[in-house]
Design a protein around this ligand. Structure first.
Ligand code: LRH
Ligand code: MN
Length: 432
């Protein structure tokens, strides 16, 4: 059993900051009360928020150029869960873990499930991988997987997804996410209509085997690894496939999978209205699928996305049950710090969106008062809800200042001792 943060350590850490937190919280409460907002209601919402952590995000990420592993890298799925437990202890909103197969394939699923449960962790979404060839794999995915022209390759990819479903069933996972990199690099390489037909036919066979408690998430992406055409390239194609498959098939929105300047909050509103929003892979980006920390580049966009989500929640839109997950690559930061900070930024956007005066907004919209409509959103977005976020963590037994407490714990240095590095410097192994 490796080194782990204790609740008493976190309590000691919080003692230093509590008086200031209470002061800030009380003054924020007074200011919100002037706006007819009950601060306690927002703190309860912050405590109830949940976002899943990607198992592949606790190791250092890389690019096609290089990967610079940090000290104490997790070497297997059990050490990844240890790091996920640390994140949960400090921010308290991340009990769910998304797994990626085969990267996280356990020899004994029951042992992995027990290991997770002992640490307050549950499995959220399973993720299949038919975008890499595994050692000993019979047929290559070089020219695609679920949409490949060769029925044998499609069958191999389908069987891999069926294996993920079976494992997900054993681990109690809530959903299965299918992202494929299938596409072409040159005009003429792929027949657009036939490729989509083959893809949908393969998905039908996967959907037919979906354990009853699970949902199937279809993840679209504009480009990469294919650089001319991608089979499952946008939300419209994803929606078409989800509708064709059935009610437990839904469309997942990865924030980094769109062309520059696309209005993602509007895509979210569309999928909500069509009853097909699966949920999200939250991250942020400046250019392409950069997989940067959520809220680090475009926090206003993140707020506008949560504005659509809270609006749908308030209206109890039919079938609205989005699954929130992070999907990031941490190339230059400590992954644990990035994942904690990203989880905090999601709760911030959710609480700010919960602050929007929706009655006033609707009145401004009905009267086409663009100025006051934007003001109503900006008033919420520019409200510093930091004391609410910290109070929610504190009341849930977490850290008032997660990154400061994590650093004070010396966790990374302890893991560097426990986990001697297996990697050479800058090897570029793996995609994340
Ligand atoms: C593809 C993607 C997908 C994954 C992978 C790790 O870009 O977003 O969700 O499976 O990243
Ligand atoms: Mn993703």
């Amino acid at each position: 059993m490796g080194f782990q943060l204790s609740d008493s350590f976190i309590a000691d850490e919080n003692r230093r900051l509590l008086a200031w937190l209470l002061e800030d919280y009380e003054s924020l409460g007074r200011r919100l009360a002037r706006r007819g907002v009950e601060v306690e209601r927002l703190t309860e919402r912050a405590m109830a928020f949940r976002v899943a952590v990607p198992s592949w995000g606790v190791g250092t990420g890389g690019t096609r150029f290089a990967r610079f592993p940090g000290p104490g890298e997790p070497r297997d799925v059990f050490e990844k869960l240890e790091d996920c437990e640390t994140i949960l202890k400090l921010v308290r909103v991340t009990p769910g873990i998304s797994l990626h197969i085969p990267w996280d394939r356990p020899e004994r699923p029951a042992e992995l499930k027990a290991f997770a449960q002992a640490r307050g962790l549950v499995f959220d979404s399973m993720n299949s991988n038919t975008f890499q060839d595994q050692p000993g794999q019979r047929l290559s995915y070089k020219f695609g997987s679920l949409s490949h022209t060769d029925a044998g390759v499609r069958r191999q990819a389908i069987e891999h997804n069926l294996e993920c479903l079976e494992l997900g069933g054993k681990l109690g996972a809530r959903s299965h996410t299918v992202w494929i990199g299938d596409g072409g690099n040159f005009p003429g390489q792929v027949h657009f209509r036939r490729a989509l037909d083959r893809y949908l036919d393969s998905l039908r066979r996967i959907y037919a085997a979906l354990p009853e408690k699970m949902r199937l998430f279809i993840e679209h992406k504009l480009y990469e690894p294919a650089f001319y055409s991608t089979v499952l390239n946008d939300w419209g194609t994803s929606y078409y496939c989800a509708r064709e498959l059935g009610e437990r098939a839904l469309s997942l929105v990865d924030l980094g999978h769109h062309a520059p300047n696309v209005n993602i909050e509007m895509i979210v509103a569309r999928l909500v209205q069509l009853g097909k929003l699966a949920g999200f892979h939250f991250n942020d980006s400046k250019y392409g699928d950069d997989d940067l920390d959520a809220g680090s580049i475009r926090p206003f966009q993140l707020f506008l996305i949560f504005n659509e989500l809270v609006d749908a929640e308030k209206e109890a839109v039919a079938g609205f049950e989005p699954s929130y997950m992070l999907d990031q690559s941490h190339n230059v930061t400590d992954p644990i710090e990035s994942l904690m900070t990203s989880a905090v930024e999601l709760v911030r956007a959710y609480v700010q969106a919960s602050l929007v005066d929706r009655a006033a907004l609707e009145a401004h919209q009905e009267r086409n008062d663009a100025t006051l409509a934007l003001h109503t959103l900006k008033q919420a977005f520019t409200t510093d809800v930091g004391p609410i976020l910290a109070m929610a963590r504190y009341r849930a037994g977490g850290a008032i200042d997660p990154v400061a407490s994590y650093r004070a714990s010396g966790y990374r240095a302890r893991k560097a001792e426990e986990r001697p590095s297996t990697m050479g410097v800058g090897t570029g192994a793996g995609i994340v």
